[in-house]
Design a protein around this ligand. Structure first.
Ligand code: GP9
Ligand code: MN
Length: 731
């Protein structure tokens, strides 16, 4: 004890006492202390200015948040103290500091876009997930960003100009060890206190924000690395018997068909329109007295549509690809990273295109304006059984025809016609739009000058409504074509938004347009904005309505299959038919938060969703109820993760299901064009494609677009930014 006291006393006088501060820069120990203090301050700066103070909600959490950078930083930085040669000592310290600062700053940038922290998988797949934003200039820089780097610049400058002198003397024999031990001590105390505030933090694996709040970025990253490694090991050892538990769960949670809707769209073509980054809040929204999306609104309210107004996105870091995975397979994306990117190379899927093909003879295609490899789609779609993948690689993307994300939506819909009209009917076709993607910049020539957007104080938000409006016009033009070409009557169109367009960081700017108060914007407001549209438009149906059921993207596949008259009991699906009377109204978010018509659990806090109030002290009865909901959510996600991570579907063959053989598919443009032609010719009078039905005359002239670029000649410039979604996998 006395030893400790003496040590701290000396440490104070020699190092920490303010009178010594500048002089300390010239001693090894002092320099080390400066770096530890500065880095701690930078971490706290990030917590406050960028991570929303990590949603700390009690004094202990505040203490933990302020404490958590210290222990780990000391441990890591003190490793340099063991080094004797002066150049190596200073070099190592600066190197560690730079590495830590880079990690912190990458998280800051990532958080601004994704409201989340970077996992190891995101880092490995950093190009996949984030390059888009980065390359498109969507990375938002803060005015305080220079503060993350200025200390290093100044210190290195002072060293170069010899204002800081290298201390020749190595530290006393035991000193490095002592400082290292203090670091360990602080970290252990930190973990102990964290456990008091949030028991079983590590074992129960709360969301990433929890980990950072309690332990800091460094320990979170290391912990995540260990987890990532373990997952890869787990997959290797999986056995068929593990499927039994999943099957039992699925059987118990199956929601029976609703005869009122079963088969309502039987035999019809299906077109799924993926409305990129489009949120429910934009529907029916008026800005300056004008509807943002008049056409989508008309579909939303149509008597031929079943629309859902409490439908939530449930994506994780895989964003678009997670939404796609849920819609195609009714299994969740992964807790970290994108399932498409991480597992897609050899995953067994029992997905919509294969099921519809095998059960009801559907052909299939995906249309998208970005390059084929993004999100690993060129591989994943083969494993899902998609026959055609008409990506940006097929189209003229030069000049102003593309944004940095790919072909503009109006052109995508128009340019898809030669392929669409050659698909045998019934077909299952998916359109992934892309113009309404952050940073929401649109050429003036594509903007409707009769539409005046908001003035919220955030350019991003104001621009968002402009691209919303463009998306609306694109869909309208496409519908006009469907009607004119005759496809409309025999086609069910499913429209859905994949995830938020305005991240939590920018969401408060929406307050003015949503008639809310920015100053008391809260977590529940953010959660409410996770609603996205789901509109199932079935021409001929007359009893459409807006359904208020709480549900999410996981529920779409069984809902759609039932509408098409395809039973789903035999499949491993984690969602439930939204139209079933047995549908359970608990929406599981990917981070284990959840929302129901009554309550929401968000970052560990409970809200009453009806009154918008925080429930700080739930009574015993309520607590029991909440616990039950939480276990329901945990189980659902865990079961899905277990299935996907271990690739358990490889051990299961549903009745009448033939495993997909990915090697059967060839997505190159040449072979696709040839193949489609050949099928049409070979079938002759039996061919059911629109082209054949139209006496082999193309319906392209039925397509009317006001897109000014549609007549532009190809040039040798393009704004499309090549982003390689396969980078992370190392192949
Ligand atoms: C890219 C597009 C966007 O091809 O689907 O993906 P996101 O960035 O939204 O995940
Ligand atoms: Mn998306």
């Amino acid at each position: 004890m006395k030893l400790m006291k003496n040590f701290f006393k000396k440490f104070w006088h020699q190092t920490l006492a303010p009178k010594n501060w500048l002089a300390q820069l010239n001693t090894r120990l002092g320099f080390f202390t400066w770096l530890v203090v500065l880095f701690t301050l930078k971490a706290i700066l990030a917590y406050g200015a960028d991570f929303d103070w990590l949603h700390v909600s009690d004094p202990l959490q505040v203490v933990l948040m302020l404490l958590n950078p210290i222990g780990f930083t000391m441990i890591l930085f003190s490793l340099a103290l063991f080094i004797k040669p002066k150049q190596i000592y200073y070099g190592a310290l600066l190197l560690i500091d730079t590495a830590m600062t880079t990690l912190l700053y990458l998280n800051v940038i990532y958080f601004r876009e994704f409201s989340d922290f970077m996992s190891i998988n995101t880092m490995l797949g950093y190009n996949t997930v984030n390059q888009g934003g980065k390359a498109a200039g969507a990375i938002s820089f803060g005015i305080h960003d220079f503060l993350f780097w200025i200390d290093l610049v100044i210190l290195i400058g002072l060293m170069v100009f010899r204002k800081i002198k290298f201390d020749q003397r190595p530290l006393k024999r035991l000193q490095p060890f002592k400082l290292f031990t203090i670091g360990v001590f602080v970290l252990v105390a930190n973990m102990f206190l964290a456990d008091v505030d949030r028991p079983q933090l590590l074992t129960r694996q709360f969301d990433r924000e929890y980990m950072v709040k309690y332990l800091g970025i460094g320990p979170f990253t290391i912990y995540d690395a260990i987890n990532t490694y373990q997952t890869s090991q787990v997959r290797k050892s999986a056995t068929p018997s593990e499927l039994t538990a999943v099957q039992k769960y699925i059987k118990k949670n199956y929601a029976a068909i609703n005869p009122e809707f079963y088969g309502k769209a039987k035999g019809k073509n299906v077109i799924v329109i993926h409305l990129e980054s489009f949120q429910q809040m934009s529907l029916d929204l008026k800005i300056n007295g004008q509807e943002v999306t008049p056409f989508l609104n008309s579909l939303y309210h149509s008597k031929s549509s079943v629309s859902f107004d409490n439908f939530f996105n449930e994506v994780g870091q895989g964003k678009t690809s997670d939404a796609e995975n849920m819609l195609e397979t009714s299994t969740f994306g992964l807790p970290q990273g994108s399932l498409f990117s991480k597992l897609g190379d050899d995953q067994t899927f029992q997905a919509m295109p294969a099921i519809l093909n095998q059960r009801a003879g559907y052909s299939s295609a995906v249309f998208h304006g970005n390059i084929g490899s993004f999100w690993n789609r060129s591989t994943v779609y083969k494993h899902m059984g998609y026959q055609n993948w008409i990506s940006g690689d097929y189209f003229d993307l030069t000049g102003k025809k593309a944004t940095s994300w790919g072909l503009k939506d109006k052109l995508l819909f128009q340019n898809s016609v030669p392929y669409l009209e050659r698909l045998q009917q019934p077909f299952y076709a998916k359109y992934l739009t892309v113009t309404n993607h952050t940073p929401y910049t649109l050429d003036a020539q594509d903007q409707d000058h009769n539409f005046q957007t908001s003035n919220t104080g955030s350019t991003l938000v104001d621009n968002y409504f402009i691209t919303n409006h463009y998306l609306d016009q694109s869909v309208k033009e496409f519908f006009n074509y469907l009607k004119k070409s005759g496809l409309y009557d025999n086609t069910a169109v499913v429209l859905y938004g994949d995830h938020y367009g305005i991240s939590n960081t920018d969401a408060p700017y929406l307050a003015s347009v949503l008639g809310k108060n920015e100053s008391n914007w809260n977590d529940l407001d953010n959660a409410n904005l996770q609603r996205v549209p789901l509109i199932v438009h079935i021409p001929g149906m007359t009893n459409g309505y807006i359904d208020h059921t709480y549900g999410g993207e996981i529920d779409v596949a069984p809902t759609l299959e039932h509408l098409l008259g395809i039973s789903t009991k035999r499949y491993i699906q984690f969602g439930q038919d939204l139209l079933s009377k047995q549908h359970v109204q608990i929406v599981a978010f990917r981070n284990k938060d959840w929302i129901t018509p009554e309550y929401a659990s968000l970052s560990g806090r409970i809200w009453n969703t009806k009154t918008n109030q925080l429930i700080e002290y739930p009574d015993k009865k309520l607590q029991t109820k909440l616990n039950k909901i939480q276990s329901y959510v945990n189980k659902k996600l865990n079961m899905s993760d277990n299935l996907n991570q271990k690739n358990l579907l490889r051990f299961y063959t549903p009745k009448d299901f033939k495993a997909v053989d990915p090697s059967k598919y060839d997505y190159s443009k040449d072979s696709t064009v040839k193949r489609l032609k050949k099928i049409n010719q070979k079938l002759g009078t039996k061919s059911t494609s629109l082209l054949s039905k139209n006496g082999n005359r193309s319906t392209l002239s039925d397509y009317i677009t006001d897109a000014p670029e549609s007549r532009d000649k190809a040039t040798d410039t393009t704004r499309l930014l090549p982003r390689n979604a396969d980078d992370w996998s190392g192949n």
